[in-house]
Structure formats: C-alpha cells, structure tokens
Design a protein around this ligand. Structure first.
Ligand SMILES: *Cc1c(COP(=O)(O)O)cnc(C)c1O
Length: 477
C-alpha cells in the first residue's frame, strides 16, 4: 500500500519561489509569508513546500560558509523575501547567540555533539523562535497589521517564544503554562521578562487544559480574526525551515573533523519537529546515512519506527520533560510522504488514528519500517548513567534530553560514519537531573543563575476559554 518514500526533488536552480500546500489537500497553494501567518493549514492539515529542492551539487560550495551565510543559502530556496532582507533577518536572529559559530560542533569520546543551546533561553528552540520573531515583525511591517501571539507551553517553547518577540512593535504575546507544573527555572525564564508586550498566564490546570483552552480560542474564528491571533508552536513551517540549517552546518563540521563524506545524526525527539528537519535535509541531498530517533519513556515514535504501528500509549512524566508527548504533531508531515503525497490516503490514516488511537503502515523494504531511521526508547536509568559517564570520562555535561540522544547515538554508531548528537538544551536548565545523576549541581550558566530574586509578572486564571479571552481583550485596548 505505502511504497514510495522520496519527496520528488528538483534541481535547486530551476524552481520558482516555493509555494506551500496542505497535507490534507484542501487549500490552494500559498506563498511563504501566508504560510507563516497561517500556522496550521485552514483545512486542518500541515503546510509543506510543493517541492523539495535538490542541492547535492551545491554542497562543496556551501561547506566553507559561516552559519548565517549557510542559512541564507538554504532558506532562500523556500522563502519569497528579497535576499538582502532575508540576510538582515538572519543576522539579527543569530546575533543574539553567545557563540560566534551559533551551533558549534565538539568531539566528545567517539561522537560529535552539535551544541544547539547557545541562544538566549538555552534550548534549541531559540534557533527557530529568534528567527520567527524577527520574521513576524518583518511581515507585519510589510502588511501593516498587528498580531496577538497565543501559545501554551509545558516548558521551553514559552520562554524561547517570549524572547523571540519581547519588546516588538505590532506584536503582543500571551503564553499559558500549567500553574505550578513547569520547572522553577522554566517559569522564571518566562515571568521575569519585563517588556510591556509580554503576558504570562498561569492556568489552574495541567498542560492538556492549557492546550484545550488554546484550541477553544483558535476554533472561535470570529475571535481569531478580530484579534489577529498568531501561533508559535512547532507546526509552523518557518520553525522547521530554520532547523534544517544546522543539519547542514553540523554535517560539514563533522566532515571537516573526520575527513568522511557521510554522517549520521542522533536526535532526541518529542513532537517529531527537530528530526523532521533532518529528514528534509536528507531529501535535499545532504549525505545522511541514518537518523537515529531517540525518545524517553514516551515512546510512540520509537515503537512506530520499529514496528510500523503508530498507537497511543500513556503519557509519562520523565526527567526529560520537553519530550513528554504522546501524539507528535509533526508526524503527519512524514506520513504524507509515506503516502506518496496522496492527501486522501493520509487523511484516511489520520482519521483511523483519531478514531482508534492506532494505525499501521507497511515497511518500505527489508531494511525495516524506514531504512533511513534507527529508533529506540531510553529510560531514566540509562539517561542518568549517560550523564554520569560523559561527565566522569570526558568532563562533558549533558542535559537529560541530550543524554537520551547520546545514549541512542552510542547504541547505533557505525564504523566510519561520524555520529552527530544534537544537544538540545544547556544542562543548567535541567539542574534537577544533573543532581540526580551526579549528586550535586555542577551545571551553571549566568543566564540561569541571575534569574533568582528578579521581579516576576504573571496572572493566574481558571481553566476557561472565556476567562482567557476576556483577559486578552482587556490587554488589547
Ligand atoms: C522541545 C524539545 C525537544 C523535542 O523537540 P521536538 O522538535 O519536539 O522533537 C527536545 N529537547 C529539548 C530540550 C526541547 O526543548
């Protein structure tokens, strides 16, 4: 039934500015800026570029570029902005990073770690959300509109989104988090931001309650229109686009270090966002041997890539909380390609899943469900052991999310293929796991240590769409 995998690639020189289509097939193609503002496709699907450009013949030229130069090359294939404007947006977005390479790659033991956590809130989400903040402001300046961003967070997305748009004209941001259920550091990163356009809402419920309130608001089309609601969650194509870049950058650095011509990546995964960017990079012609998909105990994705069955399990609270997700919102994009870009087939699978909590695809070959992917779940014990081991042997501190990926990377590493593990957060952000692993907190960062004692701003509201709506109305006068 499901046989073909490769998105159809076209030579990068020959394409028109990319248009975007929906995985559910019921919208007319739209341009990049409209796709960014739309977020979720209006037919309920996810947006994807009509074509994936093949850049194999450009790799040699791209290899010596700086991060920002490389980002300009990669992204210009997908956006409809004038090139000098794109360049300026990228310089702004990555000028806030504390490392001049933006995402440096370091060799530790037998692996290579791509450090994606040098942005202002110390998680890899800054790479996409610094860019998205600047992009929103740019598009709004062109169109003369304004935007009220509303989002729900269980932790890292909220602070990264707030830092992406704080202090901007034409944009307000409202972030809901579950009252008392994010880590203390994550809460402080959000509530200590003093800018007038930032509003933190502590919802008296859990993360699912926050998401339901959010859905309730976005489903009220009149309200959505009147208040120009915008979305920053990981279904926004612009976030994935920004993440494709570091796959190229890290692969080139690992090739420089080892002299090899092919690499593998290990990616700690929750929503299938980060690793889907790697899938696109692979289909653009970056020589990736394997994408290793690493989950924590919330293992729906690792089970899928080992069995072909996608079935709901229970949500577990783990020491890598940013991956405590069962239904991965970006997975639909991958399935669309697995359905040979047949929107009807894809819709049928998604319907089946929402009715039964289960669906199944056929394996592509004797290489398993998908020969590009290796997958495994990593439990807390192995995660803590990995943190301990890398600290003791190599004096290198892994955050618990990164450690999940490193454990899996070590498991699937092959001779002569450099393994690049994506480091998705700075360890100081998850100090409790560091204490659990090492018995003391040796993870510090000035941006975290300085949060204690700063004034905070936050409003507590009940689990109620109406309460949150009237709060937003009150701030928009
Ligand atoms: C969000 C997050 C992840 C998971 O990323 P996905 O794109 O959802 O797969 C992993 N690690 C950290 C630190 C995160 O904040």
């Amino acid at each position: 039934m499901l046989t073909k995998l490769k998105p159809e690639s076209v030579k990068a020189g020959n394409i028109r500015p990319t248009n975007y289509i929906s995985t559910r097939g019921s919208i007319d193609p739209i341009g990049f800026s409209d796709a960014v503002l739309m977020g979720l496709a209006s037919d309920g699907g996810l947006l994807l570029p009509e074509q994936i450009p093949d850049v194999s013949d450009k790799l040699a030229d791209w290899r010596g570029l700086s991060y920002v130069e490389l980002a300009e090359e990669v992204m210009s294939l997908y956006v409809d902005l004038p090139r000098p404007d794109l360049k300026k947006l990228l310089e702004q977005s990555y000028g806030t990073f504390s490392h001049n390479e933006v995402t440096p790659v370091v060799s530790v033991g037998g692996i290579h770690v791509a450090e994606l956590f040098h942005g202002p809130t110390l998680s890899f989400k800054d790479i996409a959300l610094q860019f998205l903040g600047n992009l929103f402001e740019y598009i709004l300046a062109e169109t003369g509109g304004s935007l009220n961003i509303v989002g729900a967070t269980s932790g890292d997305t909220g602070s990264a989104a707030i830092y992406g748009v704080k202090g901007r004209d034409r944009i307000r941001i409202f972030i809901m988090h579950p009252h008392g259920r994010t880590s203390r550091i994550q809460e402080l990163q959000m509530t200590t931001v003093p800018d007038e356009n930032v509003f933190n809402i502590s919802v008296e419920g859990d993360f699912d309650d926050c998401q339901n309130v959010l859905k309730g608001m976005f489903n009220d089309l009149e309200f959505k229109e009147e208040f120009s609601l915008g979305s920053i969650n990981s279904i926004n194509w612009a976030r994935l686009l920004a993440q494709i870049v570091y796959y190229f950058y890290a692969a080139f650095r690992a090739m420089d270090i080892t002299g090899k011509t092919r690499v593998s990546f290990s990616v700690p995964t929750g929503n299938f966002g980060d690793i889907f960017a790697g899938y696109i990079a692979s289909n653009m012609g970056l020589p990736i041997k394997k994408l290793v998909l690493a989950t924590n105990e919330n293992d729906i994705l690792s089970r899928f890539f080992n069995t072909g069955v996608y079935s709901l399990g229970d949500v577990h609270a783990t020491i890598s909380p940013s991956m405590d997700i069962q239904v991965a919102s970006n997975f639909e994009r991958y399935l669309y390609y697995r359905c040979d870009k047949d929107a009807r087939k894809l819709s049928a699978l998604m319907d089946e899943f929402s009715k039964l909590g289960r669906m199944e695809v056929e394996s592509l070959s004797d290489e398993g469900v998908d020969g590009l992917f290796d997958a495994t779940a990593v439990d807390a014990e192995s995660t803590l052991k990995t943190i301990r081991e890398y600290h003791e042997k190599y004096d290198y501190l892994l955050d618990p999310h990164t450690a999940v990926g490193v454990f899996a990377g070590d498991k699937f590493v092959e001779k002569d293929v450099p393994m690049i593990c994506l480091a998705t957060a700075h360890p100081a952000k998850f100090s409790q796991a560091i204490i659990d692993a090492l018995g003391e907190n040796v993870a510090h960062h000035p941006a975290i240590d300085s949060l204690e004692g700063m004034p905070t701003r936050c409003s507590t509201l009940p689990v109620s769409v109406d309460a949150v709506k009237s709060y937003i109305k009150g701030k928009c006068i």
